[in-house]
Design a protein around this ligand. Structure first.
Ligand code: ADP
Length: 604
């Protein structure tokens, strides 16, 4: 094997190396793969041909070996090329006829090349030129001379065509443009090698040194291409490509006529289809007529952009997709096509529907419960009234006949009835919060607190109620009165000090007013700070302190209906501080829901 053979084989190896790197990085670009393989095929043929022209006069055995190389490497590559050329994805050419014609042209020209290799053996001749350099003369008297010339033009034209197509199609894609130039250079370059060895010799001889220079130049071009690919292949384009490929969103790219140009793997999985089946098909094939029409309508309406949730029929059933579609423009501001990005919301949608159903169910059962509390408390009064009435009658009839124990029993009955009344009243108070007509109005809190303070000043205890500056708030007057009344009353009731002190203050914290009602009473164990806001929950017996355990539960409901929250704190020193918030802005105030008055049962 001479130096030239070595250089040619090394160069071929280099092309393969570059090609595999490209394939690795650009797995989905099938046309690039075809370009690459085409270039390899053509260059390989060129190399082999060139090599054999030399080796035939040097060593028959080497030549035979090379022929095997040609068959083993070139034929599969050609079949692969044929598949891609005949397939619909290559070059974006829609007409299959044109693709097949192109493939036939390539096959025929390559076939001729093979024929040439076989028949041309022995026609080459090495001669020693005048200037002591080796040269090559090829016998050109046979018909294949013409075919050789033809093949040269085919090679040249293919290179130019690939370059042109790729350049026009991939104008925006720097990497692909580079590839196009690279492949075109390879093709054109080998056309010239071919020409130099098989066409130019018609007109005389060629220097082997010249041929070596051509090979060297080719080596430099490969090296240049290789180094140029590196920064680009690791650059942004591939990051975006990888992102698109690993995205779980559905990504579809179409041209202006809504013909599919690209889809990502998530879309393939979602619609159970392959890109090859869909390329150049209308997007309607995937989305269905209804959705497509809707998208087009919205795109027209909102100048090339749309975002909407849509129902889609897929091979896996009905799906809910949030669709974002927008027009794509090139640098010259010409519309190129559309991108479709779909987010599968089927699971969320199902969960939302379920949630809505649960909420409705909860509302219904709440309503039933509220109705029940209202009606029950209302109706319970009736039999209680009867018991109370007849107990009083009985007590009166028995009069003086009652002994001490019986009179005591009667007092228990009366006490029980009173207590039952109080409990029913508080249950009714809670349900009234829902059914009483409430009016949200601006309330001067200081006026309200002042009037309550006056009311409490009439009780026997020494009570001092003081308050700082109070804001105007939006609330129902009656509710706010109940709220302050309960908290002040508790501060006085649960208080054993000789001088009862109630201090009311308010401060604005962010978007809410925070009210504090502090007393110097018996205090509450922090363990029960949550507990006391529940219905009927009390920390003391009735003997210690009168009460039903509903005051704070009612207060909590009122505060929550105003959009705030209530809690209790243990202040430094004695007593208790109740705190509650009310939003500053009107929008935050949820008026107590006004429900239609309930149809009460017959008993009243
Ligand atoms: P009631 O006062 O009718 O018992 P509330 O719901 O108003 O019902 O209060 C629940 C419990 O919380 C009371 O039984 C009492 O033990 C405790 N409590 C409420 N306010 C105070 C207070 N200011 N100081 C001490 N304990 C209190």
């Amino acid at each position: 094997m001479n130096l030239l053979s070595l250089i040619t084989i090394l160069s071929a190896g280099l092309i393969l190396l570059i090609g595999f790197r490209i394939l690795q990085l650009d797995r989905r670009a099938k046309e690039n793969r075809a370009f690459f393989i085409l270039a390899i095929t053509l260059s390989w043929l060129g190399f082999c041909w060139y090599e054999m022209s030399h080796t035939t006069v040097m060593a028959e055995a080497i030549q035979l070996k090379k022929l095997q190389f040609v068959w083993v490497y070139t034929l599969p590559l050609l079949i692969y090329c044929l598949y891609h050329f005949a397939g619909p994805s290559i070059f974006g050419i829609r007409s299959k006829v044109r693709n097949i014609a192109l493939a036939i042209l390539l096959i025929v020209s390559t076939g001729l090349a093979y024929l040439e290799i076989f028949t041309n053996n022995g026609h080459g001749q090495l001669i020693l030129l005048d200037n002591n350099q080796w040269g090559l003369i090829i016998d050109n008297t046979n018909v294949y001379g013409w075919l050789r010339s033809l093949w040269f033009f085919v090679l040249l034209a293919t290179g130019a065509y690939i370059a042109y197509r790729a350049y026009v199609q991939e104008k925006q894609d720097h990497l692909r443009r580079m590839k196009a130039i690279f492949f075109a250079l390879i093709s054109i370059f080998f056309s010239f090698i071919f020409a130099q060895n098989f066409v130019l010799p018609y007109f005389g001889y060629v220097h082997l040194v010249n041929a070596s220079l051509v090979i060297l130049t080719s080596f430099l071009i490969f090296a240049w291409a290789f180094t140029n690919f590196k920064p680009i292949t690791y650059g942004d384009e591939y990051t975006i490509q990888n992102i698109l490929e690993s995205m779980t969103n559905l990504v579809i790219v179409t041209d202006k006529d809504f013909l599919i140009k690209s889809i990502n793997p998530a879309t393939e999985r979602f619609f159970d289809c392959k890109f090859e089946q869909l390329v150049n098909q209308t997007i309607c094939t995937l989305l269905g007529r209804k959705v497509t029409d809707r998208c087009i309508e919205q795109l027209n309406l909102y100048s090339g952009r749309m975002s909407e949730e849509m129902e889609l029929e897929t091979p896996h059933g009905i799906a809910y997709i949030h669709v974002n579609m927008s027009a794509v423009y090139n640098e010259a501001n010409q519309m190129q096509g559309y991108t479709f990005i779909g987010t599968d919301r089927t699971k969320f949608r199902t969960a939302e529907v379920q949630l809505l159903e649960y909420a409705q169910q909860l509302n219904r059962s709440n309503e039933v419960l509220e109705n029940f509390a209202y009606i029950a408390s209302h109706d319970l009064k009736e039999p209680l009234r009867m018991i109370s009435g007849f107990a009083t009658l009985l007590e009166r009839q028995l009069g003086a006949d009652l002994d001490g124990t019986q009179a005591e029993y009667f007092s228990y009955i009366t006490e029980g009835i009173k207590r039952m009344y109080a409990l029913i009243e508080s249950v009714m108070d809670v349900s009234k919060l829902d059914y009483r007509e409430s009016t949200i109005e601006k309330i001067e809190v200081s006026t309200l607190v002042n009037s309550l303070a006056n009311r409490f000043s009439t009780i026997e205890k020494d009570v001092d109620i003081s308050y700082g500056p109070m804001p105007m708030i939006l609330a129902d007057h009656k509710d706010l009165e109940i709220l302050f009344f309960n908290l002040i009353e508790n501060g006085i009731k649960y208080n054993t000090s000789a001088n009862v002190r109630i201090k009311i203050s308010c401060q604005r914290i962010g978007e809410a007013y925070e009210f504090a009602i502090r007393d110097n009473g018996i205090g509450i164990d922090p363990a029960f700070h949550e507990h006391i806001f529940k219905m009927f929950k009390r920390l003391h017996t009735r003997v210690q302190y009168e009460g039903t355990g509903m005051g704070l539960a009612i207060s909590k409901r009122i505060v929550e209906s105003l959009g705030g929250r209530i809690w209790v704190e243990k202040p430094k020193g004695v007593g208790t501080t109740f705190k509650f918030t009310v939003p500053v802005h009107h929008e935050n105030v949820k008026a107590v829901p006004k429900k239609s008055p309930l149809p009460l049962t017959q008993a009243s």
